[in-house]
Design a protein around this ligand. Structure first.
Ligand code: TRP
Ligand code: SF4
Length: 405
């Protein structure tokens, strides 16, 4: 993986194995990942175990879904030279961390996660009164904390999961961050900052502890994080000591909220496979054209010479994503004056979507035809992830007293 201007700042995100990517994923999540891979050390993975929490009774779709996702990620340009692409179940360290975190996670926290009851109600046909389903957020916390990332890019629906991840990290650090001789070791580490920075660190620590000055804390954290040649253990001690706490073994990550995709489905609802309103990234030109031509429009426009209102039409939302100002003006005027027909109005979108999907589909077909290449890329990603995971687990085992043989 390349390191960039933000050095070793990490980003972790995963997606449940749900299958082929569509335009909603592309405009919501994947374009965001494409940008992040240039700025951070990114870990992107297929959460196939999370797929099992709801589909354990019929796991037959998971393998195909995982393959399609990996191919599509590569096809849009997620670059294995920049980001670590891997599969959750291939890095079994995640299971060990899940187990260890489960020891410290109060049941009440899990029962209170909003998705827990919501999903149980939504997916009534499945029996989700399982241990695995309740533990979904613990597994997700393990996925995240394993890589000690600064950021977790997720949509609104996942914010609660990042929040519980932070709580679990805090509780873990509180329980296990009190190493013997912590204060002495922290004082030694301060000396290694050099006299000028050491003085600054002490002032900031004092300002935070005496006045709860949040700016002082932030400045102190930046000071510590900016030290190139500190050992990781010293860095953690200094960060913990700054707050008057113990050592931070699992830093609290922040959610990086992905702006809600402005890309609605063909029917104007959220684009989702379960609503059958998607255009996938491998759709043929012909299917793209047919699907867009069948899109509902402003219901008031029954006949060609009835005027319409773009704000009441899902096609207009698509123009907002795909069209330039000139085309948008043409739509607004033409629709309200009945100067253009709906099929005419859709034509620029058909062309824009075909132009967007065409090259992705071509790359996806090429990649899908070379399964050996995909396997190699993912195997390398799994190895990279596993190395990073083992570092964290070694620390976790140690502080939990499991390093005795
Ligand atoms: N729960 C996430 C979703 O449904 C998938 C996921 C699993 C995830 N582990 C994660 C997302 C870790 C971010 C980080 O989309
Ligand atoms: Fe929708 Fe365009 Fe038809 Fe107006 S002209 S109703 S914006 S498709």
């Amino acid at each position: 993986m390349s390191s960039s201007s933000l050095g070793d700042q990490r980003v972790v995100s995963g997606m449940r194995a749900t299958g082929a990517m569509h335009l909603g994923h592309y405009h919501g999540v994947l374009k965001n990942w494409l940008r992040l891979q240039h700025e951070y050390d990114c870990f992107f993975f297929v959460a196939d175990w999370h797929g099992l929490t709801t589909h354990y009774a019929d796991p037959s779709g998971i393998a195909g879904a995982a393959w399609d996702m990996l191919v599509d990620w590569l096809a849009v340009g997620i670059d294995p030279g920049r980001a670590c692409i891997f599969v959750q179940s291939r890095v079994s360290e995640h299971a060990e961390l899940h187990l260890l975190l489960s020891m410290v996670t109060p049941l009440g926290w899990l029962e209170r996660v909003p998705t827990y009851k919501d999903q149980q109600e939504k997916l009534r046909e499945r029996d989700l009164a399982t241990y695995g389903f309740l533990g979904y957020p613990v597994l997700q916390s393990a996925d995240i904390l394993m890589y000690r990332p600064q950021f977790v890019p997720v949509g609104e629906d996942q914010v609660a999961h990042v929040e519980i991840t932070r709580e679990i990290a805090r509780r873990f650090n509180h329980l296990y961050g009190r190493e013997v001789g912590f204060e002495e070791k922290a004082e030694e580490a301060i000396k290694r900052l050099g006299s000028k920075n050491a003085r600054l660190y002490r002032q900031l620590k004092k300002r935070f502890s005496e006045r709860g000055d949040a700016d002082a804390l932030a400045t102190g954290q930046a000071l510590v994080e900016g030290q190139q040649n500190l050992m990781l253990s010293d860095r953690e001690r200094l960060l913990g000591y700054l707050e008057g706490a113990g050592r931070t073994i699992l830093p609290e990550p922040q959610a990086l909220l992905t702006a809600a995709s402005k890309m609605p489905g063909l029917d104007g609802q959220k684009m989702s496979k379960s609503y059958g309103n998607t255009i996938t990234l491998r759709e043929s030109d012909k299917d793209i054209e047919e699907k867009i031509k069948r899109m509902p429009t402003d219901p008031a426009r029954v006949r060609r010479d009835d005027p319409g209102e773009p704000e009441k039409c899902p096609v207009w939302e698509w123009h907002k994503v795909y069209s330039d100002d000139k085309t948008k003006d043409w739509v607004q005027t033409g629709c309200r004056s009945a100067g253009i027909g709906c099929l005419e109005c859709k034509q620029p979108i058909v062309e824009a979507v075909q132009a967007e999907v065409g090259p992705i589909r071509a790359r996806a077909e090429e990649i899908a035809g070379d399964s050996q290449m995909v396997r190699t890329i993912v195997a390398e990603g799994n190895d990279t992830a596993r190395d990073a995971a083992r570092d964290t687990l070694a620390d976790v085992r140690q502080v939990m007293g499991l390093n005795y043989l």
